[in-house]
Design a protein around this ligand. Structure first.
Ligand code: AHR
Length: 774
């Protein structure tokens, strides 16, 4: 039998709606120093030790004193521009010369200055008229552009000038100086290219915005991530959770914020700009609001104080959709957008764990549905792909009839392959899946291949999975908080990872409706499945006493006892044994005498890069997780339950391996249970959809090391013709880099058939997307 993929465009599986979108979080300097086109770093002198212990009000600024000039430059708080901007800079020139003042180094190695127009602006006040000199300079202090602004005697006022450099530099700096005797107070010193994306004032960097827009995302989730819920409860705190009302209105009134990724957020890129950007790229906005709960620090708003948080959600919907005569619609209109933004989705919470969040979620849900029944509300399913907190999220979503629930997982590529059928068993009734953050752990071609295969599984389950977006999206190479990422950039360059091109191919070729595709006669793949025997090792960073250690063979009943082990600062790791058994139970008593993070039990270790582990306590001492090793020293979490290890208390820990089933017990009570699924490669991964004009799209991923020839047959067609866009010919470990930005890149060619069938050779390790025109 010939290998055939038969597509029946008349057999509709489900509407694809807004399936493929993007997720924007200000992580890795994705906003300030990234998409937000502001070139000045620390423009309002608000950098602070709360944001990052290395920060101070003059971070990224240098005091310059040029020939003959004398005087002082300092930061003051007396009579500021706005209470939300307590700091400003003072330049006092006591002896005229070639200039005393400040030089800003921008982000990365400097500002990318081209021979194009820039807006310089600042707020200033002075007791006596002075001239502020502005220069754009190269690293070597060559002048690229210069201008000046007369600052008039009086209180705070806004000054702006347009500058055209006559020379370019990738490491440009901005200086503001006084050359005459006098004193000036300066705040929000800003430099933007005039031509931002769509030429918006306070807008986005063109090249980065274009990379995002080029994907044609159907939606954009923002502004985070952990960024949303990591913070204090008081919206006026610099350290507060992300409260959207702080991010709208005039930029000079928006407070500075601690970004939990270890830097400062100006909030210049705020909710209005997010909505505007979504509109500009044709993506539906999908904001995420905090649920009055910070799981990282266990900050919980009492129920009696919940109303302002709920009001934030209701007011946000009004801000986005209300007419210009509503309170919040008027704010939007005043900012320049009288028409509504057409908000359809709102998410409450991000990766929430613990009953406290879910208790609060119900109040948000009811209030939003009562006032805005058509808004789709998204609940949260923890940061784990399985386990008790994941289940808790789903229970809540079913209870409240959430429209969608946000699942997150960052996993090994093999996990993606092993879990290809994850959504096949999900019910199309009830809450739908929003896969709001996912990635396979790495930026290689193999990672992107695994994601592509997995995405065909998402798409086939269009009735269950309604939204999906890769995460994180942007990474400034000089400020990396998290890898892998989809788009990499620095001050002047940008390139897409292999995953970017896969996402782009899938997004631009989503289609409107998923249709049936049947694979027949495809050659079977021989998959080797390893047992879970191997080395067993204990590890702890504190002091952990392990007693009564027994390993039992679950096939024969044979047992082996081991001597007690003490792990401490001198001996952090202890190898217990190397077992050949495939089905076994390990039990021991454990007491944490010192430390706060518990311990890790490694098992099924085949080599240092291939193992499973059970973490008891962990990062926040709040989890019990089972994980497998992943590339680049990362780990892929298989399942999680809440567990807090009490110091000095003795527990009985048990871990069972039965084939691929893993189970843990603490004091006799089941804690985790999961199947560690083997990565069984399918002959081909495929799905098909159609556009409203009848174009049929077929996506095929070959994860095999050999090419596969197969026919593509579209029922009802007579002369198949169209295009195929494909990526192939790369090594699995290949990666796009700044030096080889298009090493992994799709190529397009034509496909023609004289009948309803074309025959195609799917290269080894390839992704192919066909568009057959009606
Ligand atoms: O995408 C990076 C981070 O991963 C997000 O902030 C968070 O939601 C998740 O843990």
């Amino acid at each position: 039998m010939r290998s055939t993929l038969t597509i029946n465009p008349n057999e509709e599986i489900g509407s694809l709606d807004d399936l493929y979108g993007v997720f924007f979080e200000d992580i890795n300097h994705a906003a300030d120093g990234g998409l937000y086109a502001e070139l000045v770093q620390n423009r309002s002198f608000e950098f602070d030790g709360i944001d990052n212990s290395l920060y101070h009000p003059l971070t990224a600024w240098e005091i310059v004193r040029r020939r003959e000039s004398e005087g002082e430059v300092y930061v003051s708080k007396l009579a500021p521009l706005h209470p939300n901007h307590p700091n400003y800079a003072v330049i006092q020139c006591t002896k005229a010369g070639e200039g005393i003042g400040l030089k800003n180094q921008g982000f990365n190695t400097g500002m990318n200055i081209g021979e194009e127009l820039y807006y310089f602006s600042c707020y200033a006040r002075t007791a006596k008229d002075v001239t502020l000199h502005i220069t754009l300079e190269s690293d070597a202090e060559e002048v690229l552009a210069e201008d000046s602004v007369k600052i008039k005697r009086g209180g705070w006022d806004y000054y702006a000038v347009t500058i055209l450099p006559h020379q370019a530099s990738r490491n440009g700096k901005l200086t503001v100086t006084l050359m005459e005797e006098g004193k000036v107070c300066l705040d929000i010193i800003s430099l933007f290219p005039v031509h931002t994306f769509k030429d918006r004032r306070n807008g986005m960097r063109r090249d980065l915005a274009k990379m995002i827009a080029d994907m044609h995302p159907k939606f954009m989730r923002f502004p985070g991530g952990c960024l949303v819920h990591d913070g204090s409860l008081n919206p006026e705190d610099r350290n507060s959770m992300y409260r959207w009302k702080n991010t709208v209105g005039p930029v000079w009134q928006r407070p500075s914020r601690r970004n939990n990724w270890g830097y400062n957020q100006t909030l210049g890129l705020g909710y209005y700009e997010y909505f505007q950007f979504c509109e500009d790229i044709g993506a539906k906005p999908l904001p995420v609001l905090p649920g009055a709960y910070d799981p990282h620090h266990k900050r919980i708003e009492p129920l009696s104080m919940l109303q302002p948080w709920i009001d934030d959600a209701l007011d946000l919907i009004e801000f986005a959709n209300g007419s210009a005569d509503t309170e919040w619609g008027a704010v939007r209109a005043q900012m320049g957008h009288p028409e509504p933004f057409g908000l359809e989705y709102i998410a409450i919470g991000n990766e929430e764990v613990g009953e406290a969040f879910f208790e609060r979620y119900g109040y948000f849900h009811q209030a939003i549905k009562a006032k805005y029944p058509d808004i789709k509300i998204i609940n949260s399913a923890s940061p784990f792909a399985e386990g008790k907190e994941y289940e808790r999220g789903w229970e809540s979503a079913r209870k409240w009839k959430s429209d969608l629930i946000d699942e997150h997982y960052y996993e090994a590529p093999d996990w993606m392959i092993a879990n290809y059928h994850r959504y096949d068993k999900f019910s199309p009734e009830g809450p739908k899946v929003f896969l709001g953050e996912y990635a396979s752990l790495g930026n290689t071609w193999y990672n992107a291949l695994a994601e592509a295969a997995y995405m065909t599984g998402l798409e086939k389950n269009a009735r269950v999975v309604k939204l999906a977006c890769y995460a994180p999206m942007l990474c400034n190479k000089d400020y990396v908080n998290w890898t892998p990422d989809m788009i990499w950039f620095d001050g002047y360059r940008v390139h897409g990872s292999a995953s970017y091109y896969v996402q782009k191919m899938f997004m631009r070729n989503q289609g409107a409706t998923e249709v049936a595709v049947q694979g027949e006669g495809l050659p079977a793949v021989i998959n080797a499945i390893e047992d879970l025997s191997g080395k067993i090792t204990f590890k702890s960073d504190g002091k952990m006493v392990l007693e009564n250690i027994v390993l039992e063979n679950l096939d024969t009943g044979e047992t082996k006892s081991f001597e007690d082990i003490t792990l401490n600062s001198k001996k952090k790791k202890a190898v217990l044994t190397q077992t050949e058994w495939a089905n076994y139970r390990l039990s021991f008593k454990g007491t944490e005498r010192k430390g706060t993070k518990g311990m890790v039990l490694y098992f099924a270790e085949k080599n240092p890069k291939k193992y499973l582990n059970w973490t008891i306590g962990g990062w926040q001492n709040q989890d019990s997780t089972l994980a497998s090793s992943a590339p680049n020293g990362k780990e892929s979490c298989l399942t999680q339950s809440l567990f807090e290890l009490e110091p000095k208390r003795t527990y009985k820990f048990t871990m069972e391996v039965r084939g691929r089933m893993l189970r843990t017990l603490i004091n006799g009570k089941e804690c985790n249970q999961v199947e560690y699924k083997p990565a069984l490669v399918e002959p081909l991964y495929y799905c098909a959809s159609k556009e409203t004009d009848g174009t049929v799209i077929v996506k095929v991923v070959n994860l095999q090391k050999e090419s596969v020839r197969a026919d593509i047959r579209i029922l009802g067609e007579t002369h198949l013709h169209g295009t195929v866009e494909s990526i192939s010919g790369n090594k699995r470990e290949d990666m796009n880099t700044f030096y080889q930005p298009k090493l992994i890149f799709p190529k397009t060619s034509g496909v023609f058939g004289k009948t309803d069938t074309v025959s195609y050779e799917f290269p080894a390790d390839s992704v192919s997307v066909f568009r057959f025109i009606k």
